[in-house]
Design a protein around this ligand. Structure first.
Ligand code: 6R9
Length: 634
């Protein structure tokens, strides 16, 4: 959903950093830091020095074979070792690493030492299951400590993890697991969602029938609901049984800097999800540096990122970033408004959260309750706030700033993607802020706005967002699909520049105002989902002959799906069928696919070669000019 530029152009407010923020900040002068970032290799090698390397790198950036950039080549390192083991010999040994809280108000605290032991045990158990360096392990888990432990255990032994978001359903699950050829699957008996327990195991059981590569299913007893486990099949085992009796030490695998770390599937313009591949050292350096400098992480911070580990936000900023910095990371399982819309603020007060990072959709949702809940709790502990996932409208920004941050916490509006691995455009705490703008590229990041031909556009005019120089946490390819990697991201413009897929405008101060996707990717409540995936779910229903979907603007979720469908003969779009279709799409894709409206049509706008022109439907929907219709079939 592209934002209305006219409204944004009117946004002139600027918020300068407060003194307390300036005094504490790791980076006190953002202009100077941006200057430093211009020397890419020096800048990033200094950041990399802070980690423990088994063997130091020979070269910071190898750009011999663009866009297959390599970082820290020759270096040997283990990310789990740096995120966990490294702290055991320090005063952080008994500090809480993971603070798990759920919607029932239950909590679990796991110290760095305890985490170390648990990761080691599971790492050894995985080895016993035959998992080796380079093998793939998938998870379909709630936000719970075992998920973090599982991912860290993979990382420790060099297995590649591939997380499937627990809000995705059977169809999406099967595609992802089979593409990654996962050997082991971690799942759980269930997850808490608004007072109910969703039986994840049942969904996994059904999906797994279509996943031939899975040799072992590890089941975490998380909610305690009775479940079917068929140990007799030899394929299923309870997590506790698996780790029981394993040795408490596991030698970390010496990984090459460029060894794969994880695959994370995300939606593109076609129906097939993209397996975004990240590698070890560059990712590590990128996420730790951005988190440290953007959220100004210090030793006594309590960090809470509400993003789910099923998305990149959770990978980079619930697990890896915070643990690499030795901070305490809150892992919350639940919704923002259950049991009531004060639940998050209650947690902030109870534990003294200092840095809080969430999505604009959640803010817009909570904003409806005015100050009733934000006033009920003491939010004084908060120092820096953040947002991610979609553009934040100035109104929501102001509500967040005034009522959550009490006008003393700067808001870090961080623009980035699954592909970028780390924040690329974001303020630092000392950057003057403008509500609704992600402000400026992070030091070392060369972002720009170009037109269709790749020429820079004049100030104030909208265009396509591109990144012109490599960055350490960049994805290295699409898993088993190098051609698509090159086609989608690198071929549009000459000179090997990265095409992000977003529309953006730069103002007179060089500030970036992200306007939304330029492709057929939807952002529903911050969750990325492809139009084509939804359409293919629709046509999987016996009543539907053809379908086209677009994003329809929604005051809370940012956008929801509007579907145009052609029914097969003998079907009528009555209430019952609408319900059936909604359930069907939900079954295929999960609750992320929020359907706003389904309308029946006789015809869909198509090109002469038969491609659906969603652009025409969008223009029609907005009452706009249809634009170039020369390729439209009769
Ligand atoms: C981290 C994440 C990426 C897409 C991206 C853009 C949108 C993310 C944003 C933002 C405006 C921000 N997006 N952050 N738009 N302002 N601060 O969300 O990754 O799921 O891959 O989505 O999200 O459209 O292209 P991912």
């Amino acid at each position: 959903m592209v934002r209305d530029t006219a409204v944004l152009l009117d946004e002139k407010r600027v918020f300068e950093p407060k003194n307390e923020i300036l005094e504490r900040a790791h980076v006190k002068n953002w202009e100077e830091e941006i200057e430093k970032g211009k020397n890419l290799e020096k800048y990033w090698s200094e950041k990399a020095e802070q980690f423990e390397w088994f063997q130091k790198w020979d070269k910071v950036l190898d750009d011999d074979n663009k866009p297959f950039y390599k970082w820290f080549t020759g270096g040997k390192i283990n990310l789990a070792y740096n995120a966990v083991d490294r702290w055991i010999e320090t005063e952080k040994r008994n500090q809480v690493a993971i603070l798990y809280i759920n919607e029932r108000g239950e909590e679990k605290k796991i110290t760095y030492y305890e985490l170390y032991i648990q990761v080691n045990k599971l790492a050894n158990a995985l080895k016993n299951l035959g998992v080796r360096k380079g093998d793939t392990v998938s998870t379909y888990m709630p936000m719970c400590p075992e998920l973090l432990i599982a991912l860290l255990a993979c990382t420790k032994i060099g297995a590649i993890h591939s997380v499937v978001y627990s809000g995705l359903s059977v169809g999406a699950f099967v595609d992802r697991i089979n593409d990654a050829k996962a050997k082991v699957l971690f799942t759980a008996d269930g997850t808490y969602r608004r007072g109910k327990i969703i039986d994840l195991k049942a969904i996994a059981d059904e999906a797994i029938l279509q996943c031939p590569t899975i040799e072992t299913i590890v089941v975490v007893n998380h909610t305690g609901i009775p479940i079917q486990i068929s140990e007799l099949s030899g394929r299923e085992i309870f997590y506790e049984r698996l780790v029981d009796g394993e040795p408490a030490y596991c030698e970390p695998e010496w990984m090459d800097a460029e060894d794969p770390l994880f695959i994370l599937y995300t939606s593109g313009s076609t129906g097939k999800p993209k397996g975004v591949l990240h590698t070890t050292a560059g990712y590590m350096v990128g996420v730790a540096t951005t988190l440290r400098n953007i959220f100004d992480i210090h030793d006594n911070d309590l960090w809470w990122c509400t993003g789910d580990i099923g998305w990149i936000t959770g990978h980079s900023y619930v697990i890896y970033g915070p643990l690499l910095l030795g901070t305490t990371t809150v892992v919350y399982e639940g919704a923002p408004d259950y049991p009531d819309p004060g639940v998050w603020w209650k947690i902030v007060e109870k534990y003294g959260v200092t840095k809080f990072y969430t999505a604009p959709t959640a803010i817009r949702h909570l904003m409806r309750f005015g100050t009733r809940y934000t006033d009920l709790y003491n939010l004084e502990s908060l120092r820096i706030l953040g947002t991610v996932g979609e553009p934040i409208n100035p109104e929501a920004w102001m509500w967040y700033y005034q009522n959550v941050g009490k006008e003393k916490c700067p808001i870090m509006d961080t623009w980035w993607q699954t592909e970028t691995g780390m924040h690329l455009i974001s303020p630092l705490p000392v950057t003057p802020l403008k509500p609704g703008s992600a402000t400026l590229p992070f030091p070392g990041i060369d972002a720009d706005v170009v037109d269709e031909e790749g020429n820079p556009v004049p100030m104030g005019k909208g265009g396509y967002l591109v990144i012109k120089k490599p960055w350490p946490a960049m994805f290295r390819t699409l898993y088993k699909d190098e051609d698509r990697f090159l086609d989608v991201y690198w071929k549009e413009y000459s000179g090997c520049i990265y095409k992000a897929g977003d529309m953006v405008r730069k103002d007179e101060d060089g500030y970036f105002w992200i306007q939304g996707r330029s492709d057929d990717v939807l952002k529903i409540a911050g969750h990325r989902i492809g139009s084509a995936e939804v359409e293919s779910a629709f046509v999987g229903h016996p009543a539907v002959a053809e379908a086209a979907v677009i994003g329809k603007s929604d005051p809370i979720k940012g956008e929801v799906i509007k579907a145009f469908i052609i029914l097969r003969e003998g079907y009528e779009l009555k209430t019952q069928l609408i319900e059936d279709l909604k359930n069907h799409v939900r079954y295929e894709l999960g609750p992320v696919a929020v359907l706003g409206e389904i309308v029946q049509v006789d015809k869909l706008p198509k090109t002469r070669s038969g491609k659906i022109m969603r652009r025409i439907l969008r223009a029609q929907e907005m009452g706009e000019d249809l634009g170039d219709t020369s390729t439209l079939e009769e």
